[in-house]
Write a protein that binds this ligand. Structure first.
Ligand code: ZN
Ligand code: ZN
Length: 367
């Protein structure tokens, strides 16, 4: 069959609407009609060629939600009509990593994604699907283990955000850092990921949640997600400000920008003895992190988190229960909704800092 998709043909080129060939779903695959898709900074890195693991042309987008339209004969957990999100990281449920209960890095997924699977092609030539998804398309085809069934009472433009922004931020707070009740937390970078760390910290019962950013407009926005204190990094040394607010250093810090220098600051802002810095931002290729090892001997730790260390099929859909039951704020995350053909403007809104999350869609999903 055919599908409309927004295609990036070369590094830095604007996305253009094209009709692509779409492979029919195999026995263990599903066809999903994407109803809404959020835009993410890693999509932008791929488009700009800065951290671009996929060859061009490419369909970016990995934060989609939609409706299963067809399922292969061997598929047992999804059926036509189900609401679903295609996953940035699949969960086979049977490999060593899936069974460990300690990571979302499914070994089957890591092996499969190395071959850069894509259902898209044009004149017989492969068109890449970013992270194996490529959700800036009307239809996608993914393996059953790379799609999660979600509840059907959440609008798609909100539901899609769990696929990356909410998973990454809330997941890092709950599943990577495992923030303790009463902890003092500092979040560097209050974009779409950072705000979700903030609300993840609130969900975990943090007593103080400090945000560090250079955009003071973010402070007010972040209070809707649970922020208690704001530090403007332009006003002086944020590490000293955090040490003063927390009387010695934060129990947990999070870097949500993707800068080695900022990670070093976030690490320095942790409390000696047990403070933990979790690195979430995806740095440009070649970026390194400079640490003084003695700081590790003082009991500080640094961790990385990939998509919040949250398992895509068994844990991710539960985030929507938190939303429906009033513990997570998705409405204030989605600041802009645009028709798919205006996706380039959506990326500009994201780059300017004006938008928290931009969600695009080929069709109106209602409220
Ligand atoms: Zn993302
Ligand atoms: Zn697995």
């Amino acid at each position: 069959m055919k599908t409309l998709a927004m295609v990036c043909n070369a590094p830095g080129a604007p996305l253009v609407l094209e009709e692509l060939d779409l492979a029919a779903p195999g026995p263990d695959e599903v066809l999903i009609e994407i109803m809404a898709s959020g835009l993410c900074h890693t999509d932008l890195s791929q488009i700009e060629g800065k951290a671009a693991p996929y060859p061009f042309p490419v369909v970016v987008g990995h934060e989609g939600a939609g409706i299963v339209r067809a399922a292969g004969a061997a598929v047992t957990t999804l059926k036509p009509g189900d609401h679903a999100v295609p996953l940035g990281i699949g969960e086979c449920g049977t490999c060593g990593n899936c069974r460990s209960g300690r990571t979302n890095l499914c070994e089957r997924f890591l092996a499969d994604i190395a071959a850069q699977p894509s259902p898209f092609s044009r004149n017989g030539q492969k068109v890449s699907a970013y992270t194996g998804v490529g959700s800036l398309a009307r239809f996608v085809v993914v393996k059953e283990y790379c799609a999660a069934k979600i509840r059907s009472d959440v609008p798609f433009h909100l539901a899609c955000t769990i696929g990356c922004a909410v998973a990454t931020g809330v997941g890092a707070a709950l599943h990577t850092a495992r923030i303790e009740h009463g902890a003092q937390v500092a979040v560097f970078g209050l974009g779409g990921i950072g705000l979700n760390v903030v609300q993840g910290a609130r969900l975990a019962g943090a007593s103080r949640i400090i945000g560090v950013d250079i955009n003071p407009a973010r402070a007010e926005q972040a209070r809707a997600f649970g922020l208690t204190d704001f530090v403007n990094a332009r006003d002086g040394d944020p590490v000293a400000a955090i040490q003063a607010l927390t009387e010695g250093g934060a129990d947990h810090t999070f870097e949500c920008v993707g800068s080695g220098a900022l990670m070093a600051q976030a690490f320095a802002a942790t409390r000696i003895g047990w403070g933990c810095c979790t690195a979430l931002g995806v740095p440009p290729d070649g970026e390194t992190l400079d640490l003084v090892p003695f700081n590790l001997q003082l009991g500080r730790t640094v961790k990385g988190s990939f998509m919040g260390n949250i398992k895509g099929r068994s844990q991710l859909p539960g985030l929507l229960d938190h939303y429906v039951e009033g513990r997570l704020n998705l409405k204030d995350l989605v600041t802009h909704r645009l028709p798919m053909v205006e996706v380039n403007r959506g990326f500009e809104l994201m780059k300017s800092g004006e938008a928290i999350r931009v969600v695009v869609s080929f069709q109106d999903d209602g409220d």
